[in-house]
Design a protein around this ligand. Structure first.
Ligand code: UDP
Ligand code: MG
Length: 213
């Protein structure tokens, strides 16, 4: 039976690419939620070379919200943004969440409860993709079929990067030598006791998806 420390530090990584329109609303909301669970909260915003005011907004909020802001010199992609966040994260527990408010912060408490029960990684799995275009759904389905073909470390279809990870999982990820990363593959590759929670993904209210076909 695993027991987690009564008091733990929590790091949240927020990859952000052209999220200026919503970031000023999201970050205070995120902090407000996180401080319910830990007195030692660290939020790391990774600006992935945005062309809009994402970096300026995060920098303005850095002091009031005690943010750590990392700024990339160009757009390197979400995988690189998460990787940089994981290298900077100091928390006993590390959370990853999108910046666009499509993922409900209300799930974070459930994730943390599962971690306290003994799971080392608790990740969200998208519950239905009805709101997406038929062709994108087909492409996503094909992608997971092909990616799952390898066998050793199967990726749960429709798993999100939205997850909490124990420090030891983060340490294992940071030790991997891969430079060109597909994080969901690596999350599965490192092993550990994992648990999936279904999540309803909200439509995007501001900005637009950085991922095409
Ligand atoms: N993102 C990023 N770099 C990119 C593309 C996206 O850091 O090159 C961030 C984006 O700001 C968001 C998250 O990754 O916080 C998910 O991206 P997006 O919403 O575009 O993906 P979707 O929800 O459409 O799958
Ligand atoms: Mg999104």
């Amino acid at each position: 039976m695993i027991t987690r420390p009564e008091s733990f530090s929590l790091t949240c990584i927020v990859p952000a690419f052209n999220e200026g329109a919503g970031l000023g609303d999201f970050l205070p909301l995120l902090r407000q939620e996180l401080v319910r669970f830990s007195a030692r909260v660290e939020i790391i915003v990774v600006d992935d070379g945005s062309a809009d005011d994402t970096l300026a907004i995060a920098t303005d909020l850095a002091e009031p919200l005690a943010l750590t802001v990392l700024g990339f010199s160009r757009n390197f992609g979400k995988e690189a943004a998460i990787t940089a966040g994981l290298e900077h994260a100091r928390g006993d527990l590390v959370l990853i969440i999108d910046a666009d408010m499509q993922e409900p912060v209300s799930l974070i408490g459930d994730m943390i409860d599962r971690w306290k029960e003994g799971y080392d990684m608790v990740f969200a799995v998208r519950d239905g993709r009805e709101d997406e275009h038929r062709l994108k759904r087909l492409g996503v389905g094909l992608f997971y079929t092909l990616m799952g073909g390898g066998g050793q470390a199967p990726i749960t279809p429709h798993a999100r990067d939205f997850r909490v990870m124990d420090r030891k999982v983060v340490a294992a990820l940071n030790r991997l030598p891969e430079r060109n990363r597909f994080m969901k593959g690596l999350f599965s590759w490192v092993g550990f006791r994992s648990c999936a929670l279904p999540v309803r993904i909200q439509p995007r209210l501001t900005g637009k998806s950085g991922f095409g076909f």
